[in-house]
Every structure is written in C-alpha cells, then in structure tokens.
Design a protein around this ligand. Structure first.
Ligand code: SUG
Length: 448
C-alpha cells in the first residue's frame, strides 16, 4: 500500500503580532512591538502550501485558534462583558492581553507529536497534543489543538488522540519540534528520534544556564509510552545545552531529518557519535540505510544557523527518491549559508534541489518553514479517513485566500489588540473557517 508524508501547515490567525513573548527565541525578542501584517503572514503561509501542492505533495491545513483568549483572561480574574474583559486587561495587565492574543498556534510543529501506524503497538496513528507549558501564550493552545486534531483525524479505528501531558515544567513538551522520524519508506516501521533539552528528574544531565530547555527527557519518554513505541524503534538524544543558550530553543532550529537522512549542525547534540551509531544501527535493523549530513561550524556558525533558519527547513522526498529542501528567504540573504547550500547541491548527495520561500512575517517571530508544518505519515487507507475538508486543493486554496482577504487586517500593533472589535472580527472569521474546513464546532465561542 502506498504511504505519504502529509504536511499540515498552520494557517496564520488574524491576530498575528510581535509580542516579544518567547524568552530564548532571539527573533521573538528582537522584533517586540514591531508592526505586523496578519494578512501578509497568512498569504505567505498559503503560498507555501499551494506551491507544495502544485509540486505533487499531499498538503493539509491546520486551523488557527480563537484569540483573544477570553476564557483565559476570565480565568485570570478579568470580568464583565467581553469588551470589558479586554478593556480591563489592556488597562491593568497589557502583557497578559498580548499573550492572550498571540497567533502562535500557527507553528504547528509544536501542536503535537505524531507517530505513524507502522511504529505503534495498536497499528493506529497516535497524536499527543503538546502542553507547551514553557510560555503562557503557548500553554493555552492544547485544548483547542486537541479538538481541531480530533475533527481532522476523526476515525477511532485509525487515529488515537492523547491529551497533553501534565502541565508542569517537568513534563514540558513542545511536540514535533523535537521529534524526527527516520524510515526506509513512510509505511514501514521507522525509528523515532526524540531530542530533549534537559532531564527534570535526573540531575546527571547538564542543562542550559541562560535560556529555558523547553523539552524534557521525561516528557519525550511519556509520549513514546503513550504511543506504544518499542525500544527498538526509539532513540533519545540530548540537545547541546550551550546551543539553547545561543537561541536554539527547539531541536528543529539546528537539525532536520526525513527518510533515511539527518541534516544537522556539528554542535547540535551531546554525545553525537553515540546517537549517530544508535540511529544507524536501529534504522539498519528496520531495513534502512542511515545517512547523516553534518554541517561543520567552520562553514556555518551557530549564529548564522539561528539567523537564517537553515535547519528549520523542510526536507521532502520526491517521487524519484531525491530530496528537496524548502528554506526561508533569510538563507539566501546570508552569504555563508547560501554558499554552503550551493556546495551541498554540488556534492551530489541526497539533497537535489533547494527552494526558497518568503515567510518573513512568521520568521520575525522565530518560525520558519518547518515550524509551520506538522508531519503526519499516512497510508492510503488512513489518508482516505482524514477529514477531506482540510486537504489542500486548488478550490480550497482559493477559498482560504478569499477568506483571508475578507477578514484580516494588514497592520497590527499592540494598541490594536485592545480594540474589542478585533474579537468580533476574529470570531466571525473563525466561524466561517470551520465551515470552509468542515471542522464542526471546535472553538470555545462555538461550544460554550
Ligand atoms: O514558541 N514564537 C514561537 C516560535 C515557534 C517556532 N517553532 C518551532 N521552532 N518549531 C515560540 O517561541 C513568538 C510570539 C511573540 O513573541 O509574539 C513565539 O511564540
């Protein structure tokens, strides 16, 4: 049976803004209070989805969330009518209003960890929504994420959904941003590679000194248990804590893998030799030939990797077996990174083509091509069981573009978040979106 890696891209929500909310994410901190353009952000994301669809990849779309998060503000003690809640939060606690307005759910690599059916003990595709509990603005995503994923993968025989892990830092879980799957073929058992930033319970593991390590070993292990993965199909590795302190807040900022290939920076991990040997060995026993492409620090410094998001690229397998790397425009404007990419192509290795996309609106908050997508490997039967409303087609692209142009503002600053009309605009837009994507009622304003 044929199998696919389907990329579900996060649709950027109508409140996209630069809130400076992510300590440890250099772009988010340095673009704080810049004026954003939600319409352009959403259209840039849609252009990438359309391009991948036109190249023949199966492409899906993941809906944004209801923002401002009124229920969250009420839980924090703001009361009255919806307009009064926003007004009081803007007056007394602007940072909380900003956090409650973040469109951060666009970075769906953080929405969940997904294990394909070939790897799990019950033969279903497993999803665990990420608790994202390192930052308040992201910790409020998982309840809606779970409902949206439930509406997209709504077939118990094929799909198993797990609630987010306990909401404490010891089980900090950032989803697929720290998870990579290697395989010979998407439909065959593979090796799932979990990268963690620290251990919460075992003090022998080092930890970063400055910025938070968002993913713990214990969270990764819990996800592997929930998904019913076997020890032969799992490898754990620690991210180099010194890199977290340089702004590498997720593993997908310094490494990306697909099929049998791991593309990574020399400084990405601790105990690199050991983990490469384990990946080689375990993938070998599953019929694959592991191939590591190491980018030496002498060619690309970590600082350039963080600035250009070279590793936050999408590594895609084409029908002829070659690979395509989807990189952000910032890779082309960084001379050292661009030269490296030319050498990579000239090498004649697995990466045969590089394609560049303008995702500046998302990039300025630390989200590149890989952050914007959640990968789900599916066989034909499973793909047919997915809610077809979320699979990208030319008519769906047209509807979503029209929808964005109708509802989104082209400028957003902090003061705009205090406008109570924004809430009405967002709810009107999202109500229409759930019909376009055939999701049913998934938002708090639709179900309460
Ligand atoms: O969690 N930025 C996101 C970016 C997530 C990128 N995802 C991956 N690498 N997979 C984050 O730090 C910034 C929001 C703001 O500052 O307005 C933000 O949440």
């Amino acid at each position: 049976m044929k199998s696919y890696e389907v990329n579900f891209d996060g649709l950027v929500g109508p409140t996209h803004n630069y809130g400076g909310l992510s300590y440890g994410n250099v772009a988010s901190q340095s673009n704080f209070q810049q004026s954003s353009n939600p319409r352009e952000a959403a259209l840039q994301g849609l252009a990438k989805m359309k391009a991948l669809m036109e190249m023949g990849f199966v492409q899906g779309v993941l809906a944004p969330q209801e923002r401002p998060d009124l229920a969250g503000l009420r839980a924090l003690g703001f009361s009255g009518t919806d307009a009064q809640v926003i007004e009081k939060a803007a007056r007394d606690a602007m940072p909380l209003l900003v956090a409650s307005c973040s469109a951060s759910s666009m970075w769906v690599a953080n929405a969940a960890t997904v294990s394909p059916s070939a790897d799990t003990d019950d033969g279903r595709v497993h999803f665990t929504a990420a608790n994202l509990n390192c930052k308040y603005h992201r910790s409020i995503e998982h309840p809606t994420t779970s409902r949206v994923l439930g509406a997209m993968f709504n077939h118990q025989q094929h799909f198993a959904h797990h609630a987010a892990l306990p909401a404490v830092a010891q089980f900090g879980d950032e989803g697929a941003a720290n998870h990579t799957r290697f395989c010979h073929d998407y439909g065959q058992p593979g090796v799932e590679f979990f990268v963690f930033g620290r251990s919460a319970f075992d003090t022998r593991y080092p930890a970063p000194q400055k910025y938070p390590a968002r993913q713990t070993l214990e969270a990764s292990q819990a996800v592997a248990r929930l998904h019913g993965l076997s020890a032969e199909g799992v490898v754990y590795a620690q991210q180099n804590p010194a890199m977290i302190d340089q702004g590498v807040f997720h593993n997908d900022v310094i490494a990306v893998g697909n099929g049998e290939v791991l593309f990574y920076h020399e400084d990405a991990f601790l105990n690199t030799e050991h983990l490469l040997a384990e990946l080689h060995d375990k993938l070998g026993r599953r019929g694959g030939r592991f191939k590591a492409i190491c980018v030496p620090r002498a060619e690309v410094a970590v600082e350039d990797a963080v600035r250009s998001y070279l590793f936050n690229s999408q590594l895609l397998s084409r029908a002829d077996g070659s690979m395509l790397l989807i990189v952000p425009e910032e890779c082309r404007s960084n001379e050292r990174v661009w030269q490296y990419l030319q050498r990579l192509l000239a090498d004649g290795g697995p990466v045969a083509e590089v394609k560049v996309f303008d995702l500046k609106q998302s990039m300025q908050n630390g989200g590149g091509p890989a952050c914007l997508r959640l990968r789900v490997a599916l066989n034909e039967t499973e793909l047919a069981a997915v809610n077809q409303g979320v699979i990208m087609t030319p008519p769906l692209y047209d509807s979503l573009t029209h929808w964005v142009e109708k509802h989104y503002r082209d400028r957003m600053r902090e003061s705009d978040l205090a406008d109570p009309a924004l809430l009405v605009e967002c709810r009107t837009a999202l109500d229409e979106l759930t019909k376009i994507l055939k999701l049913g009622a998934v938002y708090p304003f639709q179900i309460n």
